[in-house]
Write a protein of this length. Structure first.
Ligand code: G3H
Ligand code: 13P
Ligand code: ZN
Length: 309
């Protein structure tokens, strides 16, 4: 089963009112946990690697492992570059067999973002690879304050951006945020569905992407802390809000933090309960199982992508 692009996945997801989960992978156990979850739910999946993941594991290892996963499971898998910083990173990913790339020019001004994204689109399309771009800036929590640089995506700019760059999907800022500390403890998370609706109206049938979409399950954080962790004030996006977004124009939902927390909690538990254990298969295997559970939960409760192969 060769790796696929996201083109067909997004078309079906848009029409079906669901989204494809894009899960970050960094090693064998994370990859296996994700694809086992997707296979168990009969769901397509996007496996994505940040530049940090490429540096950690190496593009050749990652590609080979992902190809093995596609062959082993027979499910539709796209291999995606997450937050590509420049054309060089995109070229490396494409040369390494990735079927989809993100160019993240969200920190540039509008014209510069368009210019650089267009360059990436021309290169990627010439190589049969699809491009996700980003417009708007995601919030982050710094010193317990929602970062001032948070900029919601402007729907009119989104239309102009898509038309002028030719990108295949667009990541937008409507209130999500990266990491485990998305909001101050007393802040009620909100997503700007009005912006999403307007973008959907102005760009019909165009796939929208949500980054920073981990839910940060309090029980998982508690489990990390119970077994020796120290993670304070973690907070994520409520599951019902994500499910609503998935039923609209959002076709790809990015989750990494929830996998990290689940794997860490499971490994901490093995270490705490079995201090004599030193077989990596025992604790990494527990981490892998925990990731599989999270992915199955997301497919059922967030994405709606079960039985969509
Ligand atoms: O959005 C970023 C992803 O969670 C990847 O994080 O750069 O630490 O691999 P990373
Ligand atoms: P989370 O940190 O919310 O998991 O978001 C991951 C992400 O957006 C990867 O690009
Ligand atoms: Zn992201």
């Amino acid at each position: 089963m060769p790796l696929v692009t996201t083109k067909e996945m997004f078309k079906k997801a848009y029409e079906g009112g669901y989204a494809i989960g894009a899960f970050n992978i960094n090693n064998l156990e994370i990859l296996q946990g994700v694809v086992k979850g997707a296979k168990a739910k009969n769901s397509p999946v996007i496996l994505q690697c940040s530049t940090g993941a490429l540096k950690y594991a190496g593009p050749k290892y990652l590609r080979a492992m992902v190809e093995a996963a596609a062959e082993e499971t027979g499910i539709d898998i796209a291999l995606h570059l997450d937050h590509g910083p420049d054309l060089d990173a995109v070229k490396l990913a494409i040369a390494s067999g990735f079927t989809s790339v993100m160019f993240d020019g969200s920190h540039y001004d509008f014209e510069e973002n368009i210019r650089k994204t267009k360059e990436v689109v021309e290169y990627a399309h010439a190589h049969g690879v699809v491009v996700e771009a980003e417009l708007g800036v995601l919030a982050g929590v710094e010193d317990d304050v929602v970062a001032a640089e948070h900029v919601y995506t402007d729907p009119d700019q989104a239309v102009e951006f898509v038309e002028r760059t030719g990108c295949d999907s667009l990541a937008i800022a409507i209130g999500t945020s990266h990491g485990a500390f998305k909001f101050p403890p007393d802040y009620e998370p909100q997503l700007r569905f009005d912006i999403l609706e307007e973008i959907q109206r102005k760009l019909p049938n165009f796939p929208i992407v949500l980054h920073g979409a981990s839910a940060v399950d309090p029980e998982t954080v508690e489990m990390c802390n119970k077994f020796g962790g120290n993670i304070a004030n973690a907070k994520g996006i409520p599951v019902e809000m994500l499910r609503k977004a998935a039923s609209m124009a959002v076709c790809k939902i990015n989750m990494d933090t929830d996998l990290r927390l689940a794997m860490t909690a499971a490994i901490r538990k093995v270490f705490a309960e079995n201090p004599a254990e030193f077989d990596p298969r025992k604790y990494l295997g527990a981490g892998r199982d925990a990731i599989q559970k999270v992915v199955e939960y997301k497919i059922e409760n967030v994405l709606g992508s079960a039985n969509r192969l």
